[in-house]
Ligand binder design. Sequence first.
Ligand code: HEC
Ligand code: HEC
Ligand code: HEC
Ligand code: HEC
Length: 192
Amino acid sequence: MRMSLATSLAALALALPAWGSPPPPAKAPEARKPSRSAAFDTPAPPFELGLFPCMGCHAEPGNPQKRELGFHDEVQPLQHGEGRWCLDCHDLKNRDVLHLTSGEPVPYAESYRLCGQCHGDKLRDWKVGVHGKRIGNWDGKKTYFLCVHCHNPHSPRFKGVDVLTVDGQLLQKPTATPTRPEPRPRRPEEAR
Ligand code: HEC
Ligand code: HEC
Ligand code: HEC
Ligand code: HEC
């Protein structure tokens, strides 16, 4: 695991100077991409399944019932603490955002705020650069990797990272987890 992290990070570091240059000119409609964080400069979220925007399928409010889903096999079964369910984090009515327990919507670019609700110590460490990873720019601006660039929110135990390119920008994502092999039928008692 450490090897694969080191290797990936080394590969990333080699390609990083590109990040020091000014951001590319904004492209026309950005509707297909989650926006960036307002509070911290974060790279794009590591979406990779081509499912964003979610509202393409979730225009109607979803089904709040906790159940085994016939779709989204890559995120099931959840391996994130006891008794967690999709809607602890995802919004029932607007699938293109996350939400805090207060109901306050949180854009994907600020998912660290969601994580920080239950992992306040880690969020504090992340903000000051003790946990996670920041990359300095030539002008002193810091880019913060999101928690989800290293932790799969559906199975967050750290397992290493792989390099990923989003719109030509070099990023990283958590390595494929044991929750993403060939989908197989699950027995009801496995659906928590
Ligand atoms: C291609 C269509 C499609 C897209 C795009 C899609 N979903 Fe879904 N999603 C489904 C279907 C179908 C179900 C219901 C499965 C079932 O009931 O067994 C579902 C269910 C869910 C649920 C469970 C709660 C509910 O409403 O039933 C969550 C949470 C969810 N999706 C999140 C997302 C998120 C987040 C995205 C965007 C990143 C997304 N989905 C994009 C098809 C889609
Ligand atoms: C602990 C909070 C949490 C829970 C619980 C959770 N998710 Fe997510 N999910 C997230 C976050 C955060 C992201 C955004 C990851 C990113 O930025 O790449 C996400 C991303 C997704 C995506 C898009 C993945 C991609 O790479 O395109 C889908 C689909 C999804 N979730 C569905 C679900 C479903 C279905 C459930 C319930 C079975 C669920 N999630 C439970 C936090 C959660
Ligand atoms: C609603 C509360 C809640 C939220 C929100 C939440 N977590 Fe967790 N998380 C937990 C619980 C509970 C555990 C299990 C704690 C334990 O086993 O010690 C856990 C465990 C973890 C672990 C350790 C996993 C392991 O097996 O070692 C990581 C890493 C983690 N979460 C990251 C995240 C990230 C990243 C986010 C945001 C996408 C997030 N969490 C959001 C409650 C939450
Ligand atoms: C650059 C990658 C990276 C980022 C970004 C990152 N983490 Fe981690 N995280 C790790 C690594 C590596 C570990 C340690 C894994 C180990 O030692 O087994 C870890 C461990 C954890 C643990 C379990 C620690 C424990 O004491 O059991 C939690 C919880 C956690 N991270 C939450 C977060 C949250 C919340 C964020 C965002 C605010 C975040 N992480 C951002 C790489 C990262």
